[in-house]
Design a protein around this ligand. Structure first.
Ligand SMILES: Cc1ncc(COP(=O)(O)O)c(C=O)c1O
Length: 440
């Protein structure tokens, strides 16, 4: 392919992808849509600049305006997450985890965490950040019925291993972690407690999940683009007032794991923080209420929804089982849903051993909530699942109906100037700007 054709193919793919999510039901639990004011920051000149260091203490000239942005963002972040320390430079949740592991551990140290088979994230595993830092991983015994660490077993593990760091948090995250007794064991052995809130960060900020920094976590990390509805990026928070500890956390991020930290994304994060300060509590509450309504609606349709006896979820996620362990039924269901215009992901469930042939599907309602759907719409969405997966209707027909239904939900809510410009439309407009058109 010649060079211009390659560049055009990229633009065309981006257009098609926008269309896919605009017309379909985006239900991947780690994703979200950004508001037009947040998106606006992604196409600013900040994109091309550097600002190593912290506001007022830079290694480059020309950072005055960005200093204003970052200082404002740190202040907003401390307010939204009710804490003494915030670093908003990290470029993703994984990068935040790497930064904290670099700050607070040394190669060869032991840590405890949730295993990936039980819903832990790859950055908590030998194949990811934990391995990269050369840490010795011990995973918690698991309470499969309640989908969180087995409290007595985990506390016992912490007392016997005496890890340097006790890590909580999951990618499949339906219920808060009962931290109290495990934290007590961690404090007894002098371990630092870290909570990876990547998925549930917006729910934590909005006061709808557990509050890890009040429950004994020394550090909270997370992504800025899942239930916290900002651009892709990361955060590191702590309520420690110890300046030395705070300096260690800052330097874990820079110079630890970033040099450039994507200033346009940081500016967008700051706008998202401002919007979250005003609208976040309502958004978080509506998200959890929708997830519970969606779980109930799926169960009503005849699906096997996990944790039915516990109200399905206390987060933005719902998990369904579609067949026997290791059967690949989850993969098949996710593919059928995509043909129906519904985007989800297959997920391993307890008992599954192979990541490519799992029996489950993980679903998130945070984006549908953000474009204005409520309980009644959750019931309609569940019916699309029923038609595609239980009634085996022609996926093309379901997809057409999904598109007609989604046409009513194009604007981002819970943000400034909502309803002035559609969230998906922003990117379409960016494609049509004269400066872009002249290269066509
Ligand atoms: C628990 C957890 N931590 C970290 C991450 C990584 O976040 P990011 O994709 O922002 O690097 C994820 C991603 O989904 C996650 O589930």
């Amino acid at each position: 392919m010649d060079a211009l054709a390659a560049a055009t193919a990229v633009r065309d793919a981006a257009k098609r992808s926008t269309q896919l999510f605009r017309d379909g039901l985006p239900m991947i639990a780690s994703e979200n849509i950004i508001s037009p004011r947040v998106a606006e920051m992604l196409v600013t000149d900040f994109h091309g600049r550097y600002a190593e260091g912290l506001p007022g203490k830079r290694y480059y000239q020309g950072c005055g305006d960005f200093d204003t942005v970052e200082a404002l963002g740190m202040e907003l972040a401390r307010g939204v997450f009710r804490c003494a320390f915030a670093n908003i430079q990290s470029t993703s949740g994984t990068v935040s985890n790497l930064a904290v592991l670099k700050s607070l551990t040394k190669p060869g140290d032991a840590i405890t965490a949730v295993s990936t088979a039980d819903g832990g994230h790859i950055s908590h595993a030998p194949m990811g950040a934990v391995g990269m830092r050369g840490l010795e991983l011990h995973t918690y015994p698991w309470d499969h019925d309640n989908m969180h660490p087995d409290v007595d077993g985990a506390a016992k593990l912490v007392r016997s291993v005496k890890p340097k760091l006790v890590l909580f948090g999951q990618s499949m995250f339906l219920f808060p972690t009962p931290m109290k007794d495990i934290v007590a064991a961690a404090k007894e052995v002098g371990a630092v407690v870290m909570y990876d809130g990547a998925h549930v960060l917006g729910l934590i900020g909005g006061g709808q999940f557990q509050d890890p920094l009040r429950e004994g976590a020394d550090v909270l990390t997370g992504s800025s683009h899942k239930t916290f509805p900002g651009p892709q990026g990361g955060f590191v928070f702590s309520d420690s007032k110890d300046e030395k500890f705070q300096r260690r956390l800052h330097s874990g991020v820079f110079p630890g794991v970033v040099s450039s930290y994507h200033l346009h994304h940081v500016a967008a994060k700051v706008v998202a923080l401002a919007e979250f300060q005003q609208f976040g509590a309502r958004y978080a509450k509506d998200t959890v209420a929708n997830a519970q309504a969606f779980g109930a609606a799926l169960a009503e349709c005849g699906f096997d929804v996990l944790a039915a006896d516990r109200g399905f979820t206390k987060s933005h996620q719902i998990v369904t089982r579609h067949g026997a362990q290791d059967s690949g039924a989850g993969a098949k269901a996710a593919a059928t849903l995509e043909a129906c215009g519904i985007i989800t992901n297959m997920n391993m469930l307890p008992g599954d051993t192979k990541p490519l042939t799992p029996s489950g599907v993980r679903i998130g309602v945070q984006e549908l909530t953000r474009v204005g759907m409520g309980k009644a719409e959750m019931e309609q969405v569940a019916d699309f699942y029923r038609r595609g997966l239980l009634a085996n209707e022609d996926p093309a027909k379901v997809k057409r109906d999904v598109k007609a239904f989604k046409a009513r939900f194009q604007e981002v809510k819970y943000c400034f100037n909502e309803a002035k410009l559609g969230g998906y439309e922003f990117f379409e407009l960016a494609q049509k700007t004269p400066s872009l058109a002249k290269f066509s």
